[in-house]
Design a binder for this molecule. Sequence first.
Ligand code: PS7
Ligand code: MN
Ligand code: MN
Ligand code: MN
Ligand code: MN
Ligand code: MN
Length: 351
Amino acid sequence: LNHQKTMANDEQKKKCYQFLDMTSRSFAAVIQELDDELRDAICIFYLVLRGLDTVEDDMTISLEKKLPLLRSFDKIIYQRGWNFNENGPNEKDRELLVQFDVVIEEFLRLKPGYQRVISDITEKMGKGMADYAAGEHRENTSVATIKDFDLYCHYVAGLVGYGLSDIFAESGLEDKSIAKDKVKANNMGLFLQKTNIIRDYREDLDDGRQFWPREIWANYVTEFKDLTLPSNSEKARHCSSAMVLNVLHVVPDVLSYLSNLHNQSVFNFCAIPQVMAIATLALVFNNLDIYHKNIKIRKGEAVRLISASTNMDNVVEIFREYLKVISQKNDPLDPNFLEISMALGKIEQWI
Ligand code: PS7
Ligand code: MN
Ligand code: MN
Ligand code: MN
Ligand code: MN
Ligand code: MN
């Protein structure tokens, strides 16, 4: 009987790693390489948040249904047998929610300390997502101020930084101090999320979502979608550089956080997404393609970055390389030129 139970557990766990491969382009490989102590907890953390984000992203679910789901997702992960098959057929991660009972079973098998971190972060993220979906912090359809933008990014990414840091500390593989510096942990998430939001301008616009803060884009155009107009191309260029400038401010905290890590598998897991983000930031800077299509760093470039991100010296060198690209693309005629130069100078000082 015991043997049968173990077999069933093995199957369930296998299924979770299949969900991970299915739903994550960037995180599947780095999570699989984590030390045994962390691998399952972070895989389940990822799948729980991916499930929550699938609910948030699905514009076919009415607000009446969506808000209570988002607000109670931290309770749902304790409900054996729960799954959800009412979300839109186009939603790419639909299958994860249809078979979510499997994720719940594996969640319930994690150490209580890991379960507590995951449910705590899920609760805060779900409630934050619900506030924004309900229209708070918005002016019309757009996120209103830079403060609102920072808060949204805190909910969907900064909190992941908190939770991961708590899990690293709990595992004993990293110092307890890694979970104490909340500003740095938050900025680890913000760097990924803000870069993603700049790159995904077009995709998000086409989905009816506007994450760029009005406080920034209203300096350049009267309607958010007007950034795509050929007649506005210079304004659009300057608007995107204002967005890039906003992200550059967190780079010193990112490098500082990474320099405090000790465990090799944790370092790779944390560094690879950040290195991809700085390469993406250099690619989107002064690049009008973001307004028209999905752009991505080249496969070969990604492969080089992944294999280089194994120690702090290499990571700093890669950041330098892309900051130089940004510096060389910085245009003296751009109204953000001087502030971008100063932000780059400040990072240079840190390095
Ligand atoms: C638990 C690994 C390492 C201290 C699903 C990793 C979507 C950018 O635009 O899928 O929807 O396609 O490309 C990840 C800090 C979060 C922040 C946030 C959970 C780093 C739900 C990632 C990932 C903290 C909300 C994925 C924030 O982008 O987005 C685990 C340290 C999920 C991290 C979302 C975004 C992540 C994101 P899109 P992507
Ligand atoms: Mn993505
Ligand atoms: Mn989302
Ligand atoms: Mn999403
Ligand atoms: Mn996105
Ligand atoms: Mn997406």
